[in-house]
Design a protein around this ligand. Sequence first.
Ligand SMILES: O=c1ccn([C@@H]2O[C@H](COP(=O)(O)OP(=O)(O)O[C@H]3O[C@H](CO)[C@@H](O)[C@H](O)[C@H]3O)[C@@H](O)[C@H]2O)c(=O)[nH]1
Length: 449
Amino acid sequence: MSESKPSNFHIVMFPWFAFGHFTPFLHLSNKLAEKGHTITFLLPAKAQKELQHLNLHPNLITLHPLTIPHVDGLPSGAATASDIPLSLDHLLVIAMDRTRDQVELVIKHTKPKLVFYDFSYWLPEITKPLGIKTINYSIVSAASIALALVPDPELQVPPKGYPSTSVVMRRHEARALSFISFPFGEGVSFYERITTSMKECDVISIRTCHEIEGKFCDYLGSQYNKPLFLTGPVLPEPAKTPLEDRWAKWLGGFQPSSVVYCAFGSQNILEKEQFQELLLGFELTGLPFLIALRPPIGASTVEEAFPEGFEERTKGRGVVSRGWVQQQTILAHPSVGCFVSHCGFGSMWESLMSDCQIVLVPQLGDQILNTRLMAEELKVGVEVEREENGWFSKENLCKAIMSVMEKDSEVGNLVRKNHVKWKNSLVNPEFMKGYTDKFAKDIQELVNK
Ligand SMILES: O=c1ccn([C@@H]2O[C@H](COP(=O)(O)OP(=O)(O)O[C@H]3O[C@H](CO)[C@@H](O)[C@H](O)[C@H]3O)[C@@H](O)[C@H]2O)c(=O)[nH]1
């Protein structure tokens, strides 16, 4: 087989307008810039400032601002998913589709050899006539795509040939996936948008690794009859900025591995009653805790929604943060021993790479499957039991935390042992380098074809 000659080329990146998508696309851009490629990264003008600090190669990566057209029903100035509730995403995606002319101009002007995209299913219509290759880059788990976003899905049950009986939705959870059939843009559902994107691209690429999701990737490749290039988890280096003083001081006052940290990512917002139940569950553990959650529905601050007397009763051993905290740095703090997470794909990798015990409370569709992967297949963490209506009780939350935090707990020892094994493989610098090198070689061959 002939080796392709390495050369640098130009790439355009066009992710969905949400920070959970910009960030992994930008981390991947940094890796490709390290290989000498130049990149034009398309994003709403408003997001440019907030992402600039993640661009490690400004000489090679240009953040190119797009003007976001107004769409009726969107608050004025809304340009990213963080500006709006989840229920308005279907309008923001219309705005994204209406940037098509701007995107086409940039592509024609910068003449890339390769374009990465995710939700803009129409992109290959621009690139194909120009002879430019495209990669559909998914930043969620292969399992979640394999279960719901294959060409011939089955309703209520996993599609034919789906390679797992444990990484599945339970019957009463199927509603967590109902959004895929809802309109997501003009005349197109979420399902049609994503499956068209995957059918029309040259290559499907996923932010995952074979070691953990190999069978789901193979299944997807066979369903779409396409090559799959995996980038590995592409996590940023741990932040160099030190932990905020107030958290460093507070955490420093506790025994090693004794504090439970809890965060549910950038999208999950709890109902007020569930938020209060969660706090009471933490109180019940008797352990020190640091919780970083958005205020629940209907509250403008977290304090406003505290259960009565909660603050006084947990004073000195528990805090609920008012805002964003440095998650990766907190997970690396010696006092933190447990991570209660929603199992968003970013948090999933961060928990695997930490030394913390893992407790999972998924809420949205893919988080449930990521959780099953972690708890049922890899057995590196435990899932909090929910009732059929989705509610979790303080007792069940407390039980799950104690099952991994109590000394000599059988479950705790088992998940720790499995977790250590995975962590050691993932943090080995050769592991990520292997993925980046292979990916760089794969895309080189793709553009040389
Ligand atoms: O106070 C906080 C809270 C979060 N984070 C970081 O924010 C990121 C959150 O990402 P993720 O865990 O993926 O959660 P979401 O923001 O909820 O992610 C959305 O996007 C994911 C794909 O990346 C999907 O898996 C999720 O379902 C979807 O909610 C992580 O890097 C965290 O370290 C912080 O630094 N501080």
